[in-house]
Structures are given as C-alpha cells and as structure tokens.
Design a protein around this ligand. Structure first.
Ligand SMILES: [Zn+2]
Length: 185
C-alpha cells in the first residue's frame, strides 16, 4: 500500500471534495418512502441545514450512514474523512470506525453501499481509498480492526477498478443530474 502523509491526505481531500451545498429535502436519504429509520434521519438532517458540520453532527449520524442518499454521502463524506485525520479521532473515533464498517461488506451484499457511493468520481473514490490506507498505517486502527480495513480497501479498489459495476441511482433524478455536472473532473 502507498504511504500517504496526513498533510498530503488532507490536501487530497480538499482538492477531491470541493465544498457543496447540502442536498435538497427530497434527496437527503436513501429510502424515499416507507422507511422510518430514513425518515428520522431526514428530520435530523433538516435540523442541521445551514449550520456547521461539527464533530457532534458527525457523531450523531455515525450509525445512520446507511440512511444517507448518494448525494448526502457525497456531501458529508469529506467531513468524516477530515475529522478522521485528527488526533481526537484516533483517541475516540467511533465515526471512523463506522465509516470503515460500512465498507467492509461482502461482494454479495454491497448493492446498497455501491448506490450510496455512486455519485463519487474516481478522484473521490481514490481519496477515500487513501484514507483507508492511512488508517491502516495508524497503530490504533491497525490493531483494532485490521480485517475490516482490508475488506474496506478491497471494496473501494474494486469500485475503482470497475470490477464491481456501479448501478445508477433510480431513487433520485436530481442526484444523477448533479453527478453529471461534476463528472468532467
Ligand atoms: Zn431506510
């Protein structure tokens, strides 16, 4: 694995994820209807609209990453990545832990995860993969869940290599339009 320094990775995150507006109400969550879990997540997301994405916000949603739409995932991911680089996250980093857990999925069960990552371009997937590599180089995370880090890395690599097809996201037309706008990078 390539060794990325914390400073380099921070620069890479900032370059790969230019600031975005929070997605509109109808594009916030994964299940548009008939899912209470997603509906609660949507209400919680609306509560933070226009506010800073603080550590408290990241902690609040760490267990609801599966409820986020592809658009919200793209919007929120850089905040999780940047926080993950702080010493605070290495001491008490349940946010990073769940970010990795969400990726350590088997190939058979990855359809939803692929959809949530479907708006990330190659630079963003690469950046996410470098984050996982960075975590693998931290004693704390390497000792804590080496297998999950390895699975997460393999998963992102397979997305990047196109070995796993990324399905279109039928849940949201605005999502695919927004995706096309940034696809040129
Ligand atoms: Zn749901």
């Amino acid at each position: 694995m390539m060794m990325v320094s914390t400073t380099e990775l921070l620069k890479e995150i900032e370059a790969a994820f230019p600031p975005r507006e929070m997605p509109v109400h109808d594009s916030l969550v994964f299940h548009q209807a008939d899912c209470l879990h997603c509906e609660y997540a949507r209400e919680d997301l609306e509560d933070i609209r226009g506010k800073d994405v603080t550590r408290d916000v990241l902690r609040w949603f760490h267990n609801d990453l599966g409820c986020l739409s592809a658009e919200t995932t793209r919007w929120m991911l850089p905040y999780y990545l940047k926080f993950g680089l702080t010493p605070e996250a290495l001491n008490d980093g349940i946010e990073t832990e769940f970010l990795i857990y969400n990726l350590s999925v088997s190939v058979e069960n990855n359809h939803d995860t692929l959809q949530r990552l479907s708006l990330l371009n190659r630079a963003q997937i690469t950046c996410f993969m470098h984050f996982v590599e960075w975590c693998s180089n931290q004693d704390h995370w390497r000792a804590y869940f080496p297998d999950d880090l390895e699975k997460a890395h393999a998963f992102l690599k397979s997305v990047l290599d196109g070995r796993t097809a990324v399905p279109a996201n039928p849940a949201s037309n605005t999502a695919s339009r927004a995706g096309k706008k940034i696809a040129k990078t």
